[in-house]
Design a protein around this ligand. Structure first.
Ligand SMILES: Nc1nc2c(ncn2[C@@H]2O[C@H](COP(=O)(O)OP(=O)(O)OP(=O)(O)O)[C@@H](O)[C@H]2O)c(=O)[nH]1
Ligand SMILES: [Mg+2]
Length: 192
């Protein structure tokens, strides 16, 4: 009887893989699932991949809706544990849109407790914006009072001390070479 249960995953988590068109979402997903570069076709409706990770056999479902598939994103709300948002680091003209998308995601009630990983992708390309600059531009989004809430601790006098928000990370990566993809995903899995 016991052996039947040991093969079952202990925990199940859903991750939303979001970002603007052609930012590299599917290519990153291919690295996470297959461990190598595979050229994807543009996503037309959505991609769903499931893997089991870690000693405690966490079943991870990663959903990549096509950027226009808002209805589908809505359906995910309830069960979401984490969001991965992919930025094309070569397209600085899109950064404003990316920031607005991330803000909108953070404003939702369903994202209150999610872990948030931003991949600054396409860092292998010469015209990519340096990840330090991207961190400067995007970190402020995660400093809202609500998102900071769990990042406060109190000293013995009841004084509030700010801690860095450890449910959020910006990871430099290239889905062409694979650099940084694994590091980011492993961080995320530890947090969910
Ligand atoms: N040089 C380089 N090319 C990349 C990188 N990541 C993705 N690409 C290329 O960018 C193109 C778009 O990648 P996708 O993974 O399909 O992007 P996507 O965000 O899933 O696109 P949609 O599903 O259409 O929204 C492909 O030709 C990839 O090979 C990267 O880090 N470096
Ligand atoms: Mg895609």
């Amino acid at each position: 009887m016991g052996t039947l249960f040991t093969s079952k995953p202990d925990k199940q988590v859903s991750i939303l893989l979001d970002g603007l068109k052609s930012s590299g979402k599917s290519t990153i997903l291919n690295w996470i699932i297959h461990g190598k570069f595979i050229e994807p076709a543009p996503t037309s409706s959505f991609n769903l991949e499931t893997i089991v990770v870690g000693k405690n056999k966490t079943k991870v479902s990663i959903w990549e809706p096509a950027p226009t598939n808002e209805v589908f994103k809505g359906e995910l709300k309830e069960s979401l544990s984490a969001i991965i948002y992919v930025i094309d680091s070569t397209k600085k003209e899109q950064f404003r849109q990316c920031k607005s998308d991330i803000s909108q995601l953070l404003e939702n009630e369903f994202t209150k407790n999610v872990v948030f990983l931003v991949y600054a992708n396409k860092q292998d390309l010469e015209n990519s914006v340096d990840v330090k600059k991207i961190k400067l531009l995007f970190s402020e989004l995660f400093m809202s009072r609500r998102h900071r809430r769990e990042s406060y601790e109190y000293d013995e006098y009841g004084q509030e001390n700010r801690k860095s928000d450890d449910r959020f990370m910006i990871q430099s990566c290239s889905a062409k070479t694979g650099e940084g993809v694994k590091e980011g995903f492993e961080w995320l899995i530890k947090k969910v």
